[in-house]
Each structure stands twice: as structure tokens, then as C-alpha cells.
Design a protein around this ligand. Structure first.
Ligand code: NAG
Ligand code: NAG
Ligand code: NAG
Ligand code: NAG
Ligand code: NAG
Ligand code: NAG
Ligand code: NAG
Length: 922
């Protein structure tokens, strides 16, 4: 399976890659990370998709947003029907739009209660004013989407926490966009992702492209199917808000890769499941009016409209499977119920124009095919995607178009294909190396043109149907004081760049200004965003020398157009690093200054301000969560204390009396009540304060309870004393033994002439850190224990008369003193023992090594002396050749103790030489 091979490649990456399908109605996300193969990101409620909705109740002071209660998707529950003015849903329809756009008017009509306002600083780009005045605040659509995206990111991070192989980082993201999204909309998506705190935006993936990738990667090819035959398919996607048809082809090559080519698409930006819901609404509404005898001019309050839309949605779903349904809304109007029936026939009659709209995108897509003419008969399948393709109404139209249902393919998961494909694409974009097994050829479906210095003449730069991800150079003209370049999409102006002071820049060039040409590099990137990425001033090429010159000049473009990204010339100054002062043949002009014709993306100042505000809100959210956790803790302490009192009521009564217990119980009730009704403004300190009181009360009662249970008879206490005594002497024995062992080692060191103190200091520092002085102390516990034991001794030695006279409390105190300390002290002993053993081990091992080294040194010395004396003998008498050789051998075998000595003073255990010695000896 294809996905698996993707995953194995993925082992290279450390962090999660997230693909998001930001739907009109639902958002789905899938991630891939080490050990995680395309996992769906679940909601907190365990759902695979979440409503693309956000509920915000802002707290405002003056003009500033102080805080906001924010809920996402399924968390919102029925709040949106109750408070429509705080509800931001279906934001996708508003992204990159201004308030006068048709889509926005449509939105307002169907989202009663929501205040749409224009951002005066951004040509009336859409903002939503959420909340009820005066506690209301205007948010840009990008900001709201950023919040949702960030909430999704937090869910990803949470999911990653349970996967130890993957790092908890989710910065790489891709998001699906409608294929018809224009430049401003695409830029708005990028802004929203940035505000959502994703630092690496891998790409915007057209929805049809994503679904095609999901389809092909899920398709299993038999060996014979790798036959290089191209087949055509349509992704037919009917979502809640829009419908698109994407025509694509795939070719399984003999080398087992599959080429996927996007051909064309058709769309209807406002036809979708939601429109069908509104059709049901439009049928029900007159029924409502007539039931209550109201006339057409009646204006329903937003809450009622919201309820009626909700009911229409349900009725539409029922009508998918049944021929009729009844709706019933309790106390809908004037405290009376609204009841009505609706048949499928009624619905289909009302939706008759919808039938045509449903399939038109497919026809458009076929008509616009890029590579060759494609007809209905030449497509192999129509792959259904998007929840609304499940409705019988839609499928009926499709059967009529295709003349049967053989070509209708239901193999992709209509809810998740887009998210899956987006993640696959994100993965491809992340992994730049390696050979992909699906090769995507994506196209642009707009013409991108430019005009220079406000000329009416548009020049086509990237044509509709050409591949996305391309760069090209265009000569903008000769040197001019001011040059501006305007960018158009399908002849609609959207951005103008101004290049000031161009003439000044030309001073550093070696040619005369009349010969200079101004060249622009235009780019259409993978996100299908068109831009002017670079401008250079160039001297003309010397025809003869350029052919001869073998260096950098020949690499400079010899034509004004360079098609491939990678073959772009490098205009880097570093090329001239040997000849710095020489006049240059070309120079860059900055292209930072541009303005947008209609809507513009958020500028850096605005984005920064929003980011700061969002981070503040998130910090507040985190604080609220932490506060809630503390409250929950306090609450469970309350219940703990209450059941403790109830469970042990009689026992406790006998010791402390009823008053004390009733105080405890009313303390609990009081705090529970406070938590429930008065703790909204509570601070951490308030909660902590109450907690301390509760815990104190619980401890006191626990102690009483323990006393009730305790056996405080004289024989029992005597026994305890004896045991304590024996533990105490045992501990003392240990300590003594330790000292004896140390003394013994110390002696061995001294005998060998080694420095014991130095080594001991070293190991103590290692074990106890720098404060090794306290090394042998047994904590305070041993002393305390002995004191407690002494107290107990006095008690058990009392005459029985005096013993009888003691208060139970006092006896308990004495026995508790011993029992509670005994455990603490034993812990100390165990830890001390471990450390002592470590210390011994170190000193012994070190001693061994020191001894070995000394032995080697002596051995060498002896050999040297022997050799020397031999040499002396040989010069005196017979000649002996073996001597120098013998010395050499010794050097090889030996472990160069001198250098080992130096290193060992720092890290004795870990020097390789020290270990070598050990191995040699073994
Ligand atoms: C961004 O736009 C605001 C107006 O909303 C303007 O005041 C600000 O100067 C702009 N910042 C930049 C960097 O262009
Ligand atoms: C397989 O063949 C296709 C078409 O010839 C080519 O584009 C692709 O790079 C090849 N893939 C590999 C891995 O060789
Ligand atoms: C890149 O764009 C140029 C200019 O429009 C065009 O001639 C060329 O064919 C494009 N390259 C690809 C691979 O589409
Ligand atoms: C560009 O030229 C204008 C006048 O033409 C001048 O006001 C401005 O300061 C110049 N800018 C730079 C960066 O030289
Ligand atoms: C352009 O330069 C390339 C090498 O950089 C060369 O192969 C090609 O022939 C040149 N084309 C022309 C028209 O000079
Ligand atoms: C420029 O410097 C780089 C390293 O700084 C060097 O690799 C390169 O060869 C130099 N270029 C020329 C033309 O000498
Ligand atoms: C060297 O000579 C002396 C006496 O001359 C003798 O005692 C000694 O053993 C000799 N050493 C060796 C290594 O032959």
C-alpha cells in the first residue's frame, strides 16, 4: 500500500505534519509523525470531525478586549441557538471577502443575529462583532479562524503526548482551500494559519487535488495495471456550502510510480447541502406563518430563525431516506408549538433549479479540460466526496447525467478524503528528497497578467492551465525614475508594486544608463499565489565575450525568460568576492513596497497585534483551566472529608464530641456552596486558603481516628519501645561498620602511599554534590527518633499507677512519635546505605587501579635498569642485539600509565584507558 511506503520515508522527520480540511460546516484534521501513520485528530468528545464553529463571549473594557470565554465546535452545544450573536460559524464563506460581497449578504441572511462589520482600515474586509453590546468586540475573519486553527493545534499536541516516538511539535501544516479561491482569499488563509501559530506553512492544497491524491494513494494497483495508460476521473465534491468538480487523470507508469495530473475544475460557490437545508426552511416558513395567522412582513427574532434552521437541517436528513417527515417545535411562538409536515416531493419540486446547479460543475470541468477534449463517455469514474453527495437528491442528478450508476465511485471516505489528501500533499512538500511514488502535476486555473506603469496593456505571465510552481523573468523596460508593476488575476487588478529610486541604484553599474534594462522575476508558487519576487537592473550582455567566458557570466541568463525555478541565475554579491570594487553588470532593487487594489491581507503590524492578543487570551484560558483543576481538587477534598466523617462518625464521636464533627460537616457544605455559587472570581490564593483549612481539619480528625484505633496498653507500648530500641542499635551498628570499612580502606591507601583524602573528596562530591561535608549525617531523623524513643522509655518505665494516670492523648503522642519517625529514618538508612556502598566501591576500584599502575611503573623501571645494566655488560663484553627490541615490546604492551594518570584525575571511571587496563587484566 502506498501510504505505508510514505510512512517509512517519514521516519526521517521528527515532528508532526498536520493536514487540515477546513470545511464550511465541519473541520477535520489528520497528522503524520514518527510512529503515527495518518491519524485522525479526535475532538475532546472523541469525534472524528468538529463543527467549524466558534463561540465567543468577550469581556471588554473601553475599546480593549480584556478576556473572552471561548468554546469550539462540539463544546458549544446549544449555545449558538441560544446566543446567535456570540457565534461564528461557516467562516470559510467570509474569508477574503468585503462586506458588499454577495457571499457575505447570503451569509448575513442565513446567520441571523450575527453582526457583520467592515474593517475600515482594510477596505471593508469582513469582521464579526461578537457578543452583546456593550460586551461585544469585532474580530477579523482571519483572527477567528486563527483561533480555531490554534485550538486544533493544541489538540494535535495533546494527541502527540501519548506517542513517545514523536516530539510534541506541530508546526508543519497544510490546509485545503477551494480551487476557486482568489489571491486575496489564499493570502487570508496564510494569515489565519500564521495566527494559529503554525510556523511552517507547507502549502494550500486545492480540495480537489487533495481528494484525488487520497483516491490514488488508496487505490491498489496490480502489477499488470502499471501499463502507462492514462485514465480520467472526476472528484465530485458537494459540501455544505459549495460544490466543485475536479477533473484529473492518473497514469500508472511501468516503474511503479503514478502520475496524477489535474486537468480542470468547475464549481458553484454557493450550492451545497446548506442550500438544500434553506430550501426546506423556505418550505416550512410559510407553513409557520399560516399556522399562526401571520403575514409575510413578520420578522422572526434570530433565536427562532436559528431553531427553525436547525429543524430544517434535521428534516432534510430524514427526507434523504423517507418520503415525508413531520416537524414539531415546542413553545415556538407565543408559547405555542409549531407543527408541520413536509414531503420529499415538495422538497424536490422546490429544489428543481438545484438539480441543474448540482451537476453543472461537472459539465464545466469537462468543457475546460486542459490537455485534451474529455467527454462524459471518456471519464472512467466520478468519485463522490463531501457529505452532501450522500443525499439521494444529488445522486439522482448524477445518475441522470452519467446515464447510469456504473461510473459512480464511492471508494473514498467522503468525510475524510480531503483531510487525508491534504496531509499526503503536506508530506510530499515536506520531504523534498527521495523519489515520490505519486507525482503530482497541479495547474493554475486563472490567467495571471501584469501591466507596467499603469498601462492599459496587460501582459500574460502565467496562463490558465499551466503548471503551478514556476518562475519567469520579464523585461519591464528601460531605466526609469519610478516604475510600478501591477498584478492581475483574470484581468482583475489586485496588487501594485512601486519601485522607487531605481535610477540611483543604477550608479553602481558599469554600463551607461540608457543601456540598462529592468528585469522582473515573477513567481506563481505551490499555493498558486502570484507575485513579483525580484527586480534587477542589468547591463546588456557582450555577445562575443559571453560565449567565450567560462565563468559566472555564462551562467547569467542568455535569454530574458528562464522557465525553471532551479535554473534561475544567482544574483548574489558573493559572486564578485574576488573583484569587489569592480563595477557590476547587474544590481537588485528591493520590491518590498506594494499595495493591494481592493482587499489586502493583514499587514505585519496588525498581525503582531492580533498574535499578542491571542496569546493573552490563551494564557487566560490556561489560567482558567488550572483554576478549575484547583477547584475540582478542593471539591474532592470536601467530599473526602465528608465521607470520612460519615464513615467514622461513631468512633470520632467518642473522642471529640458532636460539635467538632458538625463543624467539620458545615465547613464542607460551606465550601461546596462557595464553589458552586461564589467562586467565579476566585483566585488561586482564595482556593489555597480554603484548602489549607480543609486539609488541617482532615489531619486533625485523622489523628483522632488513629488514636481511637491505636492499641495504647502498657505491654503494647513496651513492645514498641523494645522494637524501637533494637532498630536504633541496628542503625548504630551499621554506622559503626561503615566507619570500620572506611578506616580499613584508608589504611590500605596509606600503605600503598596513595592519597586517600583526595579520592574520598572526589567520590563524596560525586555522590552528594558540592556540599559533601554533610555526607555521613543521617538526616535529623535519627536524632529525633532517639529522642522520641527516650520519651517512650520514660513512659513505659513508669509505675503502673502513674501510667494509668496519663491521658490517652499523651500516650498516643509518644507512640506516634516513635512509629512515624521509624519510617522516615529507615528511608534515610536505605539511602545512606546505597551511598555508602557506592563510596566503598569507588574507593576499592580506584585502589586497585592505583596499585596496578604502580606495579607497572615498577616493572618498567626494573626492566629499564636491567636493560641498562645489560647494555653496560655488553659494551664490556659480548654484543647483544635483543635489548632495544625488548624495550619496544614493553611499550606496546604497557598502557602508557602517565597519560592515563593525567586524565583520570578529572573523570576516573570514564577514561577509555582505565577500562583498557581492566580488559587487559581479564
Ligand atoms: C498596517 O495597517 C495599519 C492600519 O490598519 C497602519 O496603521 C500600519 O501602519 C500598517 N503597518 C504597516 C507595517 O504597514
Ligand atoms: C517513473 O516514470 C515516470 C514517467 O516516465 C517519471 O516521470 C518518473 O520520474 C519515474 N520515476 C522513477 C522513480 O524513476
Ligand atoms: C513557466 O512559465 C513560463 C512563462 O509563462 C512558461 O513558458 C513555461 O512553460 C512554464 N513552465 C512550466 C513547467 O509550466
Ligand atoms: C527616493 O527618492 C525620493 C525622491 O525622489 C526621496 O524623497 C527619497 O528619500 C529617496 N529614497 C531613498 C531611500 O533614497
Ligand atoms: C543559453 O545558455 C545555455 C547554458 O547556460 C546554453 O546551453 C544555451 O545554448 C544558451 N542559449 C542561447 C540561445 O544562447
Ligand atoms: C567566493 O567565495 C566563496 C567562499 O566564500 C568561494 O567558494 C568562491 O569560489 C568565491 N568565488 C570566486 C569567484 O572566487
Ligand atoms: C652483568 O655483569 C655482572 C658482573 O659483571 C653480572 O653480575 C650480571 O649478572 C651481568 N648481567 C647480565 C644481565 O648479564
Amino acid at each position: 500500500m502506498r501510504l505505508l511506503s510514505l510512512c517509512s520515508l517519514f521516519a526521517l522527520a521528527q515532528c508532526a505534519i498536520v493536514g487540515i480540511d477546513l470545511g464550511h460546516q465541519f473541520t477535520k484534521a489528520i497528522m503524520v509523525a514518527p510512529g503515527i501513520a495518518f491519524d485522525v485528530i479526535f475532538t475532546d468528545e472523541g469525534k472524528r470531525k468538529d463543527a467549524s464553529t466558534l463561540y465567543i463571549k468577550p469581556s471588554v473594557e473601553g475599546l480593549d478586549l480584556k478576556d473572552a470565554e471561548r468554546l469550539y465546535g462540539a463544546q458549544i452545544g446549544s449555545l449558538c441557538t441560544r446566543f446567535p450573536a456570540s457565534c461564528a460559524s461557516n467562516l470559510k464563506a467570509l474569508l477574503g471577502k468585503d462586506v458588499s460581497d454577495d457571499a457575505v449578504r447570503h451569509y448575513i441572511k442565513h446567520h441571523p443575529g450575527v453582526q457583520v462589520v467592515g474593517d475600515a482600515d482594510r477596505n471593508n474586509s469582513v469582521m464579526l462583532q461578537l457578543g452583546t453590546a456593550p460586551q461585544s468586540y469585532s474580530f477579523s475573519v482571519e483572527e477567528l479562524m486563527g483561533m480555531s486553527l490554534n485550538n486544533l493545534k493544541l489538540r494535535v499536541l495533546k494527541a502527540l503526548d501519548s506517542h513517545p516516538q514523536a516530539r510534541s511539535v506541530a508546526d508543519d501544516v497544510a490546509v485545503s482551500v477551494p480551487p476557486y479561491a482568489d489571491q486575496v482569499t489564499r493570502l487570508a488563509y496564510l494569515d489565519a494559519l500564521q495566527l494559529g501559530e503554525y510556523s511552517t506553512i507547507l502549502g494550500l492544497v486545492d480540495e480537489g487535488v487533495a481528494a484525488a491524491l487520497a483516491y490514488v494513494s488508496g487505490r491498489k494497483f496490480t502489477p499488470e495495471e502499471y501499463d502507462e495508460k492514462k485514465s480520467y476521473h472526476v472528484i465530485y465534491d458537494v459540501g455544505a456550502g459549495s460544490t466543485t468538480a475536479t477533473l484529473f487523470s492518473y497514469t500508472p507508469y511501468k516503474n511503479k510510480t503514478v502520475g496524477v495530473e489535474i486537468e480542470s475544475f468547475g464549481f458553484d460557490a454557493s450550492f451545497g447541502g446548506e442550500l438544500l437545508t434553506h430550501n426546506v426552511y423556505d418550505i416550512l416558513y410559510p407553513k409557520f406563518l399560516s399556522q399562526f395567522g401571520l403575514d409575510d412582513s413578520t420578522v422572526l427574532p434570530p433565536k427562532l430563525i436559528a431553531r427553525l434552521i436547525e429543524t430544517s437541517e434535521k428534516a432534510k436528513t430524514v427526507l434523504s431516506a423517507n418520503s415525508d417527515t413531520r416537524v414539531s417545535l415546542e413553545s415556538f411562538y407565543n408559547d405555542k408549538d409549531f407543527k408541520a409536515a413536509i414531503t420529499r416531493q415538495e422538497f424536490e419540486d422546490y429544489s428543481s433549479d438545484a438539480a441543474e446547479r448540482a451537476i453543472k460543475p461537472i459539465i464545466d470541468a469537462l468543457n475546460q479540460a486542459t490537455s485534451e477534449k474529455v467527454s462524459i463517455s471518456s471519464i472512467d469514474s466520478v468519485i463522490l466526496n463531501g457529505g452532501s453527495t450522500r443525499t439521494p437528491f444529488i445522486q439522482k442528478q448524477l445518475v441522470a447525467l452519467l446515464g447510469g450508476d456504473e461510473k459512480i465511485s464511492k471508494v473514498v471516505n467522503t468525510d475524510e478524503a480531503c483531510a487525508l489528501g491534504t496531509t499526503i500533499r503536506a508530506y510530499q512538500l515536506k520531504m523534498t528528497s527521495g523519489t515520490p511514488d505519486i507525482i503530482l502535476k497541479d495547474r493554475i486555473f486563472s490567467n495571471f497578467e501584469i501591466s507596467i506603469n499603469n498601462s492599459d496593456q496587460l501582459q500574460l505571465v502565467f496562463a490558465k492551465g499551466s503548471e503551478s510552481g514556476n518562475k519567469t523573468e520579464i523585461v519591464l523596460g528601460g531605466l526609469n525614475d519610478e516604475i510600478n508593476v501591477s498584478l492581475y488575476e483574470n484581468s482583475a487588478l489586485f496588487q501594485t508594486y512601486s519601485l522607487p529610486n531605481v535610477t540611483k541604484k543604477a550608479d553602481s553599474l558599469k554600463c551607461s544608463s540608457k543601456d540598462i534594462s529592468v528585469v522582473g522575476v515573477f513567481e506563481i508558487d505551490q499555493n498558486k499565489i502570484f507575485s513579483l519576487s525580484e527586480v534587477t537592473l542589468r547591463c546588456p550582455k557582450k555577445k562575443d565575450s559571453s560565449a567565450l567566458s567560462s565563468t559566472t557570466n555564462s551562467e547569467k541568463s542568455n535569454s530574458t525568460k528562464v522557465d525553471d525555478l532551479k535554473e534561475l541565475p544567482v544574483h548574489d554579491d558573493s559572486f564578485l568576492n574576488f573583484t569587489k570594487p569592480k563595477p557590476r553588470t547587474q544590481v537588485n532593487v528591493p520590491v518590498s513596497d506594494s499595495h493591494y487594489a481592493n482587499l489586502r491581507p493583514l499587514n505585519s503590524t496588525e498581525k503582531k497585534a492580533i498574535s499578542v492578543s491571542l496569546r493573552k487570551l490563551r494564557a487566560k484560558d490556561e489560567e482558567k483551566i488550572a483554576l478549575q483543576e484547583r477547584k475540582n481538587e478542593l471539591e474532592s477534598l470536601c467530599y473526602g472529608l465528608r465521607s470520612f466523617v460519615e464513615d467514622n462518625y461513631d468512633d470520632l464521636m467518642a473522642e471529640t464530641g458532636e460539635d467538632d464533627l458538625e463543624t467539620a460537616k458545615s465547613l464542607v457544605s460551606e465550601i461546596i456552596e462557595w464553589l458552586e455559587y461564589e467562586s467565579d472570581e476566585a483566585t488561586f490564593e482564595d482556593i489555597e486558603f480554603k484548602k489549607v483549612i480543609l486539609v488541617g481539619k482532615k489531619e486533625a480528625l485523622s489523628r483522632v481516628h488513629k488514636m481511637v484505633e491505636a492499641n495504647l496498653s502498657l505491654p503494647e507500648l513496651k513492645k514498641m519501645y523494645d522494637e524501637g530500641q533494637s532498630v536504633s542499635s541496628q542503625v548504630e551498628k551499621y554506622l559503626q561498620e561503615y566507619n570500620t570499612q572506611l578506616a580499613d580502606i584508608k589504611k590500605q591507601y596509606h600503605d600503598g602511599g596513595f592519597d586517600y583524602q583526595a579520592e574520598d573528596d572526589k567520590v563524596l562530591t560525586k555522590i552528594y554534590g558540592l556540599k559533601s561535608k554533610k555526607a555521613m549525617a543521617l538526616g535529623g531523623h535519627f536524632d529525633d527518633f532517639q529522642k522520641a524513643l527516650e520519651t517512650l522509655r520514660k513512659i513505659v518505665n513508669l509505675s503502673s499507677k502513674k501510667f494509668q494516670a496519663l491521658a490517652k492523648e499523651e500516650l498516643f503522642e509518644a507512640s506516634e512519635g516513635v512509629t512515624s519517625l521509624i519510617y522516615k529514618m529507615m528511608d534515610d538508612v536505605v539511602s545512606l546505605q546505597k551511598k555508602h556502598e557506592e563510596r566503598l566501591e569507588y574507593l576499592m576500584t580506584k585502589l586497585d587501579k592505583l596499585k596496578k599502575r604502580q606495579a607497572q611503573k615498577e616493572f618498567r623501571l626494573k626492566k629499564k635498569e636491567e636493560a641498562a645494566s645489560k647494555a653496560a655488560n655488553s659494551t664490556a663484553g659480548e654484543s647483544q642485539n635483543g635489548t632495544p627490541l625488548e624495550l619496544k615490546d614493553q611499550k606496546l604492551n604497557g598502557t602508557t600509565p602517565d597519560s592515563a594518570d593525567e586524565q583520570s584525575s578529572a573523570e576516573p571511571e570514564s577514561t577509555p584507558k582505565a577500562t583498557d587496563v581492566d580488559h587487559d587484566e581479564l
